[in-house]
Design a protein around this ligand. Sequence first.
Ligand SMILES: Cc1cc2nc3c(=O)[nH]c(=O)nc-3n(C[C@H](O)[C@H](O)[C@H](O)COP(=O)(O)OP(=O)(O)OC[C@H]3O[C@@H](n4cnc5c(N)ncnc54)[C@H](O)[C@@H]3O)c2cc1C
Length: 488
Amino acid sequence: MDSLQLTPEPSSSDTFDVVIAGCGPTGAMLAAELRLHDVRVLVLEKETEPTSFVRIVGLHIRSLELMAMRGLLERVLERGRKRPPGAYFAAIDKPAPAGLDSAYAYLLGIPQPVIVDLLEQHATAQGAQVRRGCAVTGLDQDDDGVTVRLADGGQLRSRYLVGCDGARSTVRKLLGVGFPGEPARTETLMGEMEMRAPREEITAAAAEIRKTDPRFVVGPFGEGVYRVIIPAAGVSDRAEPPVLTDFTHQLRAIAGTDFGAHSPRWLSRFGDATRLAERYRVGRVLLAGDAAHIHPPIGGQGLNLGVHDAVNLGWKLAAQVRGWAPERLLDTYHAERHPVAEEVLDNTRAQTELLSTGPGPRAARRLLTELMNFDEVNRYLLEKITGIGVRYDFGEGPDLLGRRLPDVAVGQGHVYGLLHRGRGLLLDRTERLTVGGWSDRVDHLADRTADLDVPCVLLRPDGHVAWIGDDQRDLDDHLARWFGEPAD
Ligand SMILES: Cc1cc2nc3c(=O)[nH]c(=O)nc-3n(C[C@H](O)[C@H](O)[C@H](O)COP(=O)(O)OP(=O)(O)OC[C@H]3O[C@@H](n4cnc5c(N)ncnc54)[C@H](O)[C@@H]3O)c2cc1C
């Protein structure tokens, strides 16, 4: 991939360092991450109002950890509901394995519009600008930056552009980046509506059908209101949301009754298309979130994955803008995140099979249900879905190298409390190392009581372990690898 200039470039007040297309969860999180480093960010969002379309979203363990790392956890918890992280894989009903290595070992049920609202507020509070009703329609890049063309005929200049503009990403299409994978084979209807039939009748019928078709969900969701998730009659190419008769027709076809469904609150549909962008970066333009990867929402991973992309990319792009990025640091974004998305796509493919109703998939599901009685298997799958099992390839080293560090106890508090500013951190039990000329980018906590079973770790701003050891020279090499040249 192209490597970029390492020196800060001249800027003027009418240009931005980074323009982000799309103010969904990925774009909003990325804007906030960039603002931690004083990068001038503009988010362009084509919709004039935030969407009220409720996707059933839970924040998984790694996302909750990231919220804690940025001081956002309390705000998120206030607006969500904690649940044990059971039934996470192909909806197989198993409790979470015991003793998960995280202080945040739960699922937080929280609607997507609430998350987007929180993240957007967080980004703007940090100084990001968000312009609504402003769609990106074109782009040209040269050696110095990107010209971003807008639907109203205007244009903007920025040094980098990030397409966080969702599954149908205009930015990805403008770049001509391939998006190989499988088209939707099935579609699911999802919505909330009132039902006239007695509650006991509805829940008993739904439970009976689920014995043979785990994709059928009709469950109470407040007074007289039910959340309905059922297979659609076929794959539709309509962009508009479905109508109530699509639901009543399918309920009658599957359950023999529509339970007197009426007065929908909202209705939507989603497919199981599975695709992954070939490249996450083309010169000065990058892709993140659904713009880079799509897959069925089984296991509730898409939003989480996009937020994790944003936290991986934010500090690297900021380093590039601020001029201290080591050569190729920005390329590690693709190198690290593309394989993670590849794995998520694969686990959703596997879950889709396990949820289908043929005798083969049902036998495989029974077998996996038995296998998940083994704590190791259960833990492996949970760590996959929740993002805490991710290990980036930083080369040879102990198992912790490349993994995220849990929120271990240090001094009077916990390590995530030291990562709010999005800087690197040397956690040093030897109390004799130094971050020297990197102290403008990397903090240092010398604490022999830190709850680590290694002498020292160097954490990147995204909380992943970049180095383990106790030797100053080796540390300096790794500081240079991740944080560039030391200041004079
Ligand atoms: C039914 C359903 C349930 C789901 N449940 C979960 C779950 O439980 N957990 C989970 O993690 N994920 C879940 N997902 C997936 C999750 O909704 C997506 O992965 C997530 O929205 C991706 O965020 P994003 O910011 O990358 O993209 P989006 O949320 O799609 O945001 C993209 C934004 O870009 C804007 N935009 C588009 N084009 C342009 C343009 N040209 N210029 C400017 N702006 C533009 C759009 O208006 C939008 O606001 C679910 C999805 C569905 C469909």
